[in-house]
Design a protein around this ligand. Structure first.
Ligand SMILES: C[S@@+](CC[C@H](N)C(=O)[O-])C[C@H]1O[C@@H](n2cnc3c(N)ncnc32)[C@H](O)[C@@H]1O
Length: 202
């Protein structure tokens, strides 16, 4: 079995990062819509893959800056090759903190690749986000979404946690986030949708 970072590095060679961009775009748009800022804002994409969300969001007039961070060097090299304007860092997320805190952290399909996602959520709360800033996390792999239960064996990956919606909500609340709210976007037939959880740092 390979680590998540090894698996996603292989995906760059196979061109599968582009498929993620396609599949994740619609629910991520809903995540962006949750963050309706009238003011200029700064942002981080945690586990940015090939950087598609960084490129997309950096075109928003109100987006003052956005940073992409990912543990896969191949993903980061691809992101840098496609975009000379924004900053991309190659780090294991739990070993990285921004120099300046930001207004909003987005993360799509990343947190369940951590053995202890609750620790990462607390770190993001304490060290990444400004007062009144938000963490907006999206995941397709969660307990209530039975369609995803076979993914771990299918992609032969070492860490891929299957956690219930209420447990994720608890992680946000125990990290100190307020106004924790959950959504399920783009549900269809047996697909329960992308579970999105947002929390505000007070
Ligand atoms: C399913 S992909 C999602 C990528 C991107 N958010 C998207 O929507 O296209 C998961 C990403 O998380 C990254 N990742 C997984 N574990 C990580 C870790 N411990 N530290 C940093 N990045 C990690 C992988 O390298 C991969 O790019």
């Amino acid at each position: 079995m390979k680590s998540p970072i090894e698996v996603f590095s292989d995906w760059v060679d196979l061109g599968k990062d582009v498929g993620m961009e396609k599949n994740h775009f619609e629910p991520v748009l809903e995540m962006i819509n949750l963050f309706k800022s009238k003011n200029e804002f700064t942002s981080i994409d945690a586990g940015c893959g090939n950087g598609w969300l960084v490129r997309y969001l950096s075109n928003y007039k109100k987006c003052k800056s956005i940073i992409g961070v990912d543990g896969s060097l191949k993903m980061i090299e691809k992101a840098r090759s496609l975009d000379k304007n924004n900053k991309y860092f190659c780090y294991e997320l739990s070993n990285w903190n921004p120099k300046l805190k930001v207004d909003v952290v987005f993360s799509m399909e990343v947190f369940y690749y951590f053995k202890k996602p609750e620790k990462l959520i607390k770190q993001i709360h304490d060290k990444w986000i400004k007062k009144n800033g938000k963490l907006i996390m999206g995941i397709d792999h969660y307990l209530e979404n039975e369609e995803c239960h076979g993914w771990k064996n299918k992609i032969n990956i070492s860490t891929m946690k299957l956690i219930s919606k209420n447990e994720w909500i608890k992680y946000f609340e125990e990290s100190g986030f307020s106004k924790v709210t959950d959504y399920q976007f783009c549900a269809k037939d047996n697909w329960k949708g992308t579970l999105v959880i947002e929390g505000t740092r007070v």
